[in-house]
Design a protein around this ligand. Structure first.
Ligand code: BGC
Ligand code: NOJ
Length: 809
């Protein structure tokens, strides 16, 4: 069952009923100011950091789900309703939500009135614009009242939910004209405030939440709206809000638009005040003025559209499969941008107060983002590298506002350092900008300890090379990519964090997955060394890689598939010897994509085993058989009920690894089959089973052992976005950036058909057409600007700005 449809031309997903199985959300904002917005106008806004600078309050774990947002209420004299249905939930005569790239539009109709809300964050300004347009579609003249509503968060969203003894005394506001200012703590150490304004004379306002709602009322029946009168009271303490009241009269056919702005302002300390106790509103008023007309809003909105046109034009495919086209050309790239911006901090499943930016997560997000805005990728790589320790280890997370590592989680996840090589290599292959490797970057954010980025990569590489266990495989530390495989943890008491408990640095537990990473990114490191002319370092790296390769195909091989790990007692994990958890997906996917066991025939076997043991109709499960009891020696992986999360769920993130691995062996049919199983556009039809948004990936789909097999969880912020984009764009469609130029090597299903592709790369445009000839892989002929070339790589030439590329498979 579907709850909407793709409007490909408009690049929108159109939701046609508010009663989606879960809130289906969108993200507004591109740089510093962000909002989450659900299909019923729920959500919240923040500046840079969802924990430290939260602008509007959200209620977690509430019923109904998705409580609090930016709401517009209409009292038309016969009842009250919202254009986005929530929170009043009056049945609408028409409802539609269109989520587009960086904006959302809502339309609600009731009793002859049509209310539209267009919500977006304009480029370059720290505000969200909500244009509310009301049209009288009836035959009669209509008079009605509109009320806006946002509830302020007292900045630190974590404190806001806990520290009531302090914060309920701190709230402060000002009102001037049609703008309501939230200035809690501005009197003391904060130099920033927020405002909510409208470009129209108002007929009343509320800033005291309990005056607006009325005692014991929920936000579905606010007194002010029901009784059609605002209180015009100024908040002092408790819970400040911002609500405007506007009385409107419309002739039949007449429309009126109102521009609401939620803005964030930082003032220089010496310029904080306009007069004693009165905030300096000048920058806020400038912003309000800037967006005070429909023309200005239209212009900003179309600039946002142009911005996305230009980003998405960097990789564009036209194939016979409309679902591939819509995912590749719009939604997958869009999700890559969102994960780049948010890491794993703020979604409807990540609270925004828990994790900041993950080290490994952000490095992997870059793999799917780097072609979009290479400059921002560059900056991000340097920020991430600056949190690394001198011995190559990495903070597992850092906070976007401070850019400093989080000491509460610390370090010890032994895959982390290698991901820094992965993203740097992707950046240099994309841009050819070798200068990044020479940038001086601090360790642990301490400028007195700084070294060129290449030196950071060397320490990443050496960290793995010098932290190996009894089988010559890399030590796992607290965990590797699988955060839940905690082989040095041994937690026996509820509530202990699997991620931080235990000695962490066990000298025995090893990871075959990190071995796969080391082989892949060790080679990429060697190539970077070569680019810098350091042949001996490249050779040293390849020698180290060889040793780990050997260990992976001996101690890391189980007969039919790769072992997952060795535990702290040197027992195998993910082996036929195990009672539960005999085979894991990660080493099969990653070792094979790294090329391990290909020439020995092991790769073929490993992928066969995956197909036989892990495959389902909804995707490839992370392991089998699921753990049915808690294993002290394994940790969190065995804490989940069978079929969920890391315990035999379909973890979407590593499905593309297996799909890429299949392309390494030239299996286009199978690679694409795996691609399709988790791909949102292909499972749109079963949205009632899948539940999460049909336009983005979720972290996990419940596995075969789960009660709700096929149900998605934790949508949006997942490394799946980047990895699937890498898979479809670089391996299946086969346009892969190398240091010397674009390589073209598609691996598609036999019936895929011809396709064409535009790729912008290092300032040039590549117009590529592929004649597929029913072939799954292999390029027979490659003609570049009329000349046939040998091999797969189109040599990059600085002064050629346009390439016509004809490919015959
Ligand atoms: C989840 C993992 C996640 C980790 C982060 C675990 O509970 O299952 O998916 O990576 O928490 O801290
Ligand atoms: C989600 C985490 O964000 C990511 O870092 C981790 O690799 C996966 N879960 C698997 O545990």
């Amino acid at each position: 069952m579907k709850y909407g449809y793709f409007d490909d031309k408009a690049r929108e997903y159109v939701i046609t009923t508010p009663k989606t199985p879960l809130p289906w959300i969108n993200y507004l904002g591109n740089e510093d100011f962000f909002s989450l917005v659900s299909n019923t106008c729920g959500g919240y806004s923040f500046y840079k950091d969802a924990k430290l600078l939260r602008l509007t309050r959200y209620r977690y774990n509430n019923v109904p789900f998705d409580n609090n947002g930016k709401y517009y209420y209409i009292n038309d004299g016969h009842g009250i309703w919202n254009p986005g249905w929530q929170p009043v939930k009056t049945p609408l005569d028409f409802y539609e939500c269109r989520h587009g790239v960086g904006y959302s539009r809502f339309t609600g109709k009731k009793r002859g009135l049509k209310a539209e809300v267009l919500a977006f964050v304009p480029l370059g300004d720290n505000c969200e614009i909500n244009r509310v347009t009301i049209t009288n579609e009836s035959e009669d003249k209509r008079s009605f009242k509109l009320f806006s509503y946002v509830e302020w968060c007292l900045w630190n969203a974590d404190d806001d939910m806990k520290n009531f003894q302090r914060l309920l005394s701190c709230g402060e506001v000002e009102v001037k004209g049609s703008a309501i200012y939230h200035k809690t703590e501005y009197r003391e150490r904060r130099d920033h405030y927020a405002f909510f304004s409208v470009n129209e004379k108002i007929d009343g306002f509320d800033t005291v939440r309990d005056d607006f709602l009325g005692a014991y009322n929920n936000n579905d029946e606010p007194d002010s709206v029901v009784l059609q009168r605002s209180n015009n009271t100024l908040a002092s303490g408790w819970s400040p809000i911002a609500s405007h009241q506007i009385c409107i009269t419309l002739e039949p056919g007449e429309s009126k638009s109102l521009i609401f702005i939620l803005g964030y302002i930082e003032n220089p300390r010496e310029n904080k005040w306009e007069s004693y106790g009165v905030i300096n509103k000048k920058p806020a008023e400038e912003l309000q003025e800037k967006y005070s007309t429909d023309e200005a809003v239209d212009k900003a909105f179309s600039a946002l559209g142009d911005y996305w046109d230009s980003l998405l034009s960097r990789y564009h495919v036209e194939s016979a499969d409309e679902k591939v086209n819509r995912m590749v050309n719009v939604w997958n790239q869009y999700q890559c941008m969102v994960t780049f911006n948010m890491s794993r901090s703020a979604s409807y499943y990540e609270s925004g107060i828990g994790r900041g930016m993950g080290f490994r997560d952000s490095c992997q997000d870059l793999l799917g983002f780097v072609h979009l805005i290479p400059d921002r990728a560059r900056e991000r790589i340097l920020d991430i590298a600056a949190t690394q320790f001198e011995d190559g280890r990495a903070y597992h997370q850092y906070q976007p506002l401070t850019k400093k590592g989080n000491s509460d989680i610390g370090s010890g996840f032994n895959d982390d350092p290698l991901w820094l090589i992965a993203c740097t290599s992707a950046y240099v292959r994309e841009t050819g900008d070798v200068s990044i490797l020479k940038e001086s970057v601090p360790f642990d954010n301490d400028d007195s300890k700084a070294a060129p980025l290449m030196d950071h990569l060397k320490r990443s590489f050496d960290f793995t090379a010098t932290h190996k266990g009894p089988h010559g495989l890399p030590l796992i530390g607290r965990a590797d990519w699988n955060d839940c495989l905690n082989l040095n943890c041994f937690s026996e008491h509820p509530g202990e964090s699997f991620q931080t408990f235990g000695p962490s640095e066990g000298p025995v537990a090893e990871s075959v997955f990190i071995a796969g990473m080391f082989v892949k990114y060790g080679e990429e490191y060697a190539q970077l060394a070569e680019l810098l002319g350091d042949e001996s370092e490249a050779k040293r790296a390849r020698d180290e890689v060889k040793k780990v390769y050997e260990a992976a195909i001996t101690a890391g091989w189980d007969g039919e598939w790769f072992v997952r790990a060795y535990d702290a007692h040197s027992n195998k994990v993910g082996s036929k010897e195990c009672e539960e958890g005999q085979i894991y997906i990660e080493p099969q996917g990653f070792c094979v994509l790294a090329g391990i066991g290909v020439k020995e025939g092991l790769a073929e076997k490993a992928l066969k085993s995956v197909e036989e043991r892990l495959d389902t109709k909804y995707g490839v499960m992370i392991l089998q058989p699921a753990y049915t009891k808690y294993h002290l020696e394994l940790g969190e992986v065995s804490s989940y009920p069978p079929g969920y999360k890391e315990n035999a769920g379909i973890f979407c993130h590593n499905n593309p690894w297996v799909s890429i691995a299949e392309t390494v062996l030239g299996h286009g049919d199978r690679a694409f089959e795996i691609y399709k199983k988790t791909c949102p556009a292909y499972i749109e039809e079963i949205s009632d089973v899948h539940c999460t948004e049909p336009y983005v990936y979720s972290q996990m789909v419940a596995g075969r052992d789960a009660k709700f097999f096929g149900q998605g969880k934790n949508s949006w912020l997942t490394g799946t976005a980047a990895w699937t984009f890498v898979n479809i764009s670089q391996y299946i469609l086969g346009v892969y950036p190398t240091h010397n130029g674009l390589s073209i090597n598609p691996c598609v299903p036999a019936d895929f058909g011809d396709f064409s592709l535009t790729r912008k790369y290092r300032g040039a445009v590549y117009n590529i057409t592929v004649k597929q000839n029913g072939s799954q892989s292999g390029v027979k002929k490659l003609i570049v600007n009329g000349k046939e070339i040998s091999g797969n790589v189109i040599p990059y030439e600085e002064n050629v700005k346009e390439y016509t590329v004809e490919v015959e498979m």
